[in-house]
Design a protein around this ligand. Sequence first.
Ligand code: GDP
Ligand code: IMO
Ligand code: MG
Length: 429
Amino acid sequence: MSSVVVIGSQWGDEGKGKIVDYLAQQADAVVRYSGGSNAGHTVVVNDVSYKLRLLPSGILYSDKTCILGNGVVINPRVVLQEIAEMKAKGVDTSNLLISDRAHVVFPYHEKQDELQEAALGDAKIGTTKGGIGPCYMDKVARTGIRMCDLLNRDVLAAKLKRNLDAKNALFTKVYGAEPLEYEPMLKAYLQYAEELRPHVTDTSVALGDIFDAGKKVLFEGAQATFLDIDYGTYPYVTSSNPIAGNAAIGSGVGPRYIDHVVGVVKAYTTRVGEGPFTCELFDTDGPGTYLRNTGHEFGTVTGRPRRCGWLDAFMVKYAARLNSMDALAITRLDILDGLDEIKMCTGWTIDGQPIQHIPADLSILAKAKPVYETFKGWKKDISGVRKYEDLPEEARAYLARLSEVVGVEIGIVSVGPNRDQTFSLKEFF
Ligand code: GDP
Ligand code: IMO
Ligand code: MG
């Protein structure tokens, strides 16, 4: 038995999907444990690009069990659309298991997400409007509808009626918006239920059996450490716990089943949505613009331009402790190829004094200033490199310093989007 959790060390879009697809070559099962269709994970194999929102990134292998655990919120429309897209590309999805305890996203969640965001005005979170936050709200309020309910016609009809009445009261009385209709929603969800039924099971038991058989399991994080509901830049966060500790809860295995934690680190920093970003670059033709244009930094789900900045090793160090990371997977190093000079943030100051940890209070966090170290660029195309020793000396110096500041070894380096543009410095399974 062995397992690896792959998590985002920054604000998402680090390349978790790519690293999971790469490591999945050696795994038997891939498990999503948190988030929902707010995730957008791109996997590129032989130059064919697959954009996954709910399906685990192991889905491209027909011999791996792919699990959507109890901690994931499932939008049936999205998952069925993805299954259809995969089938059209010749990918077999019969290996997909969905937890009977996972909560279901309804159109009233999407509408609530939109109305809440609009009501916040300038204070909006900048959500993906996928209804993720409202679905988790209902889960915690104990009014949610789970996959097992979806499969039970009478239970679904009753719970949907109760919930929709309450949501429509909220929409019309609080927000002055139009109500949603019950009958068409029930009909659509009864149809989704039949299409998803073959995939739904107690995935905690299925995963336990996989572990008992001595197989290798990959846990695929979605979102990232600084979007975590507890440890991110609250309230500018997602509504679940992307950090590694939740891999156990969100999939129904005990904490002793987690062996390794790989923190995926983009070679610079991006953020989509609102909230603090200490290393953000605001230039119109400087390095920030270079990173956005060269890196095509526009959201997979929403198409929004991502905010860009230099790599913040201070934040990654904080993430390393929270997740008990034992290896870093560096992605998009190739995007830095054209820069004469590269900066890395290695510490923060507040009121001129160095700080050791990231403050909870956003009014204090807003005063943080990055301390940068400057590195010479390598000015070479590294997309064809397949061994650490073949990286230019300047790139190795940059990675060595990152590893030193964070206190975690470099385990994987990625120099392009394709599966084969990746190399490992250590064994994970
Ligand atoms: P995720 O949400 O963490 O899975 O990341 P996304 O898929 O949203 O964003 C990462 C993007 O970078 C995707 O388009 C990947 O195909 C791409 N990508 C991943 N690793 C590399 C890399 O090393 N180099 C380049 N150029 N692109 C990469
Ligand atoms: P992956 O898995 C980047 C951000 C949204 C917003 C905040 C809350 O692809 O890395 P939500 O819809 O979750 O309520 O939005 O979180 N966000 C992400 N940003 N990558 C993601 O996922 C994200 N999932 C949510 O932009 O700021
Ligand atoms: Mg993404």
